[in-house]
Design a protein around this ligand. Sequence first.
Ligand SMILES: Cc1ncc(COP(=O)(O)O)c(C=O)c1O
Ligand SMILES: N[C@@H](CCOP(=O)(O)O)C(=O)O
Length: 461
Amino acid sequence: MKYVSTRGTAPELKFEEAMLTGLARDGGLYVPETVPTMSHDEIAALAGQSYEDVAFTVMRPFIGAEFPDGQLKSCIRHAYEGFGHSVRAPMVQLGPNHFLLELFHGPTLAFKDFAMQLIGQLFQGALERRGEKVTIVGATSGDTGSAAIEAFRGLDNVDVFILFPDGRVSEVQRRQMTTPSEGNVHALAVEGDFDDCQAKLKDMFNDFEFRDEVRLAGVNSINWARVLAQVVYYFTSAVALGAPHREVSFTVPTGNFGDIFAGYIARAMGLPIRDLVIATNQNDILHRTLETGAYTKAGVTPSISPSMDIQVSSNFERVLFDAYGRDGAVVAEQMADLASGGFTISQGAIDFLRGQFKSGRASEDETMATIKTTYDTTGEVICPHTAVGVKVANEHLSEVPMVTLATAHPAKFPAAVKDACGRDAALPPRMSDLFEREERVTKVPNDLVALETLIRSKRRA
Ligand SMILES: Cc1ncc(COP(=O)(O)O)c(C=O)c1O
Ligand SMILES: N[C@@H](CCOP(=O)(O)O)C(=O)O
């Protein structure tokens, strides 16, 4: 399996190189040259299998011989053994044809753990075999950062620097990032919003001198391995609801477009997904793009679903690549236009996107009301991101089962949840002292030179 860049000029890489590289050297994102498919019978055979076994079957064709079967199985087993639920991604029913896929039973209580715990295992395996060290820099609106710190804390061959927007993550999210005491992890509070953090991260990848000096690696969903691991729960949930014998729809609370892109890959592999619905909060660039055909940046407005306060959705580039018939030059042109505010998508490409995705948005009031109604009618306490999904899913219900991805545990956003439905969302016992732990954080300006200088000074030789 080869991986190619969405901008068409970076070298083709195998899985392991693509994973360790992160962003392609032409500024694009790696995608598989072709997506392997599974037959009806192969998908049917997944019924009744453990999450780990499905993960192996679904991911094996994407992962090169660098990871032999035995090692890959062991990485998968270790990745999910710390989850707080034996099913890993259980479902609860919200209505006659509406299900919630709980993706928050991992160590940091968000869907990011599914991929990050596995990537932690795969990175260790690859780095030990190669005798290499890397510097991971990640940008987060709250959840990726804590998941990355959890997956890589204490490792000798990895230094981790997480850029988060100062004052724009929940207190639980911030403390998850600032309280680990291991010397190889660093939480950096950046003056700016998530888009600023992500832009600086991409600038670092495009500064080849810095990139090569620190052996920069990325664990945001620019990293293909992140997306791949997230494909698995589309299979487990759809098969539990009767796929491949019947279709299933998904609604996905969306920010950086990684999670829903994983659903798009699952469909390309042969999973019978009817609708893939993008659910945005008031930072609704993806919903507007599908409606108008123009991807036009507006400022980010802070919301009660802060992890989705994003306007530059990194993975949209991956689907745009397909929408333009895999023409990397066109994608590169559109991404250059994005720097000056946005771009208009061609008629053919927008028709492709509208054929693949539906969309909707939830205002702040609608998000709050959905938390309350969901609690009142089902007893489920949901986080604000999940509520955005539930609100939009309710507008797309049909005779096909609808699965809404519950992307975070409500206890990560206790204030919003309490305001909306009057319920206290308690952290699990292992995190009950989170508010007593000492915080360690460095405040930094939104400036590339300052960030690179800091990282150079703090990384271990
Ligand atoms: C809780 C939560 N929900 C939804 C999202 C959106 O996911 P994606 O960025 O993959 O679209 C994020 C952040 O990425 C998140 O942290
Ligand atoms: N919501 C994310 C934003 C980064 O997304 P990623 O999937 O590209 O890592 C977060 O919580 O940090």
